[in-house]
Design a protein around this ligand. Structure first.
Ligand code: KG4
Ligand code: ZN
Length: 334
């Protein structure tokens, strides 16, 4: 069978990335240009700056990929792009770029949901066995997803308010740690002890999540202690938060494993870069005697490799997008 090469484009937030993936699972070449340092000065992603920087950088990113991948246009079978969810202005840069390339080079266009991309980051490591339970933990999402087949998703539960990544970022800010907050909270947590007694986020048997109560509790705690002139132990508070946040993920994932009787779990999204959370989920898998797949660090945060990988089953099913497709800041995974 002929090899299939898909060129993927990702620009939904603050990474401009283009990748070429062979047969949905081999990373031929990937370029990721992050804007993190620019946004760090503002304490978070500034949407207007993000889209302008994508516009400045995307052509250079493509040039890098074409120069270093040893793949020519005639070898590329399709152009895949993230169309949703994300920052609208940022998504539009990638989407219009993809449409133009598809039109000029006469290639089919494949529209990929960003969350599906995060899940398919695991396909770069090993085949996905169905049914699988996906746990997506990122800056925008906290979701449990049942996959019965290729690119076939059923959302079992999601966050009712803040995502877990958002909560990591807000806790970082209240502790005076720099953006991006997640990795910095993890660093502080590794030096502390989980000695603060924090509320369990959503003490119920549903498969939904809620992190805003935990976040507000920590903000109030820090403010109250400051007003009293007491010092907060930032390391211990970070460790306590990380432990409660991870416990909730483990508890809900465990409920879903039992309810749907799955033998495989797939972890995806930026927060899966957190070593403590990875460890807790690996312990759960061991305890339940099921297989767990977590992408290597470089595929946890935003990249186009995962977008090209997720596009492969759509390519095989000939599910191509038309040129009037628009970007969406929100869209269900399906
Ligand atoms: O998947 P991602 O790169 O972008 C979205 O699609 O949202 O996830 C970004 C989120 C941010 O909230 C960031 O703070 C969090 O992932 N994150 C982490 C870690 N690395 C990134 N959270 C906790 N621990 C980490 N090591
Ligand atoms: Zn993402």
């Amino acid at each position: 069978m002929k090899d299939v090469f898909i060129l993927g484009i990702e620009s939904s937030c603050d990474e401009t990335s283009i990748s070429i993936v062979k047969n949905g699972c081999v990373d031929v070449y990937t370029c990721v240009l992050t804007q993190m340092d620019t946004h760090a000065e503002f304490g978070g992603v500034v949407p207007e700056i993000a889209s302008r920087m994508h516009t400045e950088n995307i052509t250079m990113v493509l040039e890098d990929v074409l120069t270093n991948s040893n793949i020519s246009w005639d070898m590329i079978d399709a152009i895949a792009v993230t169309y949703a969810p994300g920052l609208l202005g940022s998504l539009l840069v990638g989407l219009e770029f993809a449409k133009t390339l598809a039109l000029i080079h006469n290639k089919p266009l494949i529209a990929v949901n960003h969350i599906a991309g995060h899940i398919y980051a695991n396909r770069l490591v090993e085949p996905i066995v169905f049914p699988s339970l996906g746990l997506v933990i990122s800056g925008g999402h906290t979701e449990l997803i049942l996959m019965k087949g290729d690119y076939d998703f059923e959302v079992l539960g999601s966050t009712l308010d803040d995502s877990i990544g958002e909560c990591f970022d807000k806790v970082a800010r209240i502790l005076g740690l720099k953006y991006p907050g997640g990795p910095n909270v993890e660093k502080y947590a590794s030096m502390g002890r989980a000695s603060y007694n924090l509320p369990i986020p959503m003490n119920d048997d549903s498969l939904n999540f809620s992190y805003s109560g935990l976040k507000s509790y920590i903000i109030n705690l820090v403010h109250n202690e400051e007003q009293r002139g007491n010092e907060i132990n930032k390391y211990d508070l970070a460790a306590s938060f990380q432990s409660v946040a991870a416990d909730e993920l483990v508890r809900k994932t465990s409920l879903a494993i039992d309810k749907y009787n799955v033998k495989n779990i797939i972890v995806a999204g930026g927060v899966s870069a957190n070593k403590y959370i990875r460890g807790e989920l690996e312990n759960l898998a061991k305890e339940k005697n099921i297989h767990i797949s977590i992408p290597p660090m470089k595929y946890c945060t935003d990249n186009a490799t995962m977008i090209a990988a997720a596009a492969y089953p759509l390519y095989k099913q000939k599910k191509f997008a038309s040129f009037d497709i628009n970007a969406k800041s929100q869209d269900d995974i399906y």
